[in-house]
Design a protein around this ligand. Structure first.
Ligand code: SF4
Length: 139
């Protein structure tokens, strides 16, 4: 697996999966592709299908309505596929934490390998998170 991870670290293909966010995190994720941040210079490319993804960027809270779809989409990803929770929503539920339909055991729906905190996190924090992931893959 480590040879695979080392190859992966050179060119990560990322799929953006939006669970049930307020959309602020999604806007910040899209900022990564703008000329100001230009995340593609690190070999990180946003892909349109989870079947091509090495990493899933998950934004938003998991609620009863989206959890089955999130689970189904994750199942379609080629493994190993790393999941990065963007924002406070995937980590703790944020302001939706006590909502009637928020899923309590997120790990039962999708395994999240890394969390990037913030509401929303700044693009710099996301880049740092992905760089840390690259460091883990290279270890
Ligand atoms: S973490 Fe904050 S900004 Fe991001 S989706 Fe949740 S509520 Fe919105």
């Amino acid at each position: 697996m480590s040879w695979y991870n080392k190859r992966l670290a050179k060119s990560i293909w990322v799929y953006h999966m939006s669970a049930s966010p307020c959309n602020n995190c999604d806007i910040e994720i899209l900022d990564l592709l703008t000329p100001k941040y230009d995340i593609e210079r690190f070999g990180i490319k946003l892909v349109g299908s989870v079947r091509h993804a090495d990493v899933i960027l998950l934004s938003g809270v998991l609620n009863q309505k989206v959890a089955p779809q999130v689970e189904k989409i994750y199942e379609q990803a080629a493994k190993p596929c790393f999941v990065v929770g963007v924002g406070t929503c995937p980590a703790s539920g944020c302001c939706f934490k006590d909502s009637y339909n928020t899923v309590e055991k997120r790990e039962d729906v999708i395994p999240i390998n890394l969390y990037i905190p913030g509401c929303p996190p700044k693009p710099e924090a996301m880049i740092e998170g992905v760089v840390k992931l690259v460091g883990v893959l290279n270890a």
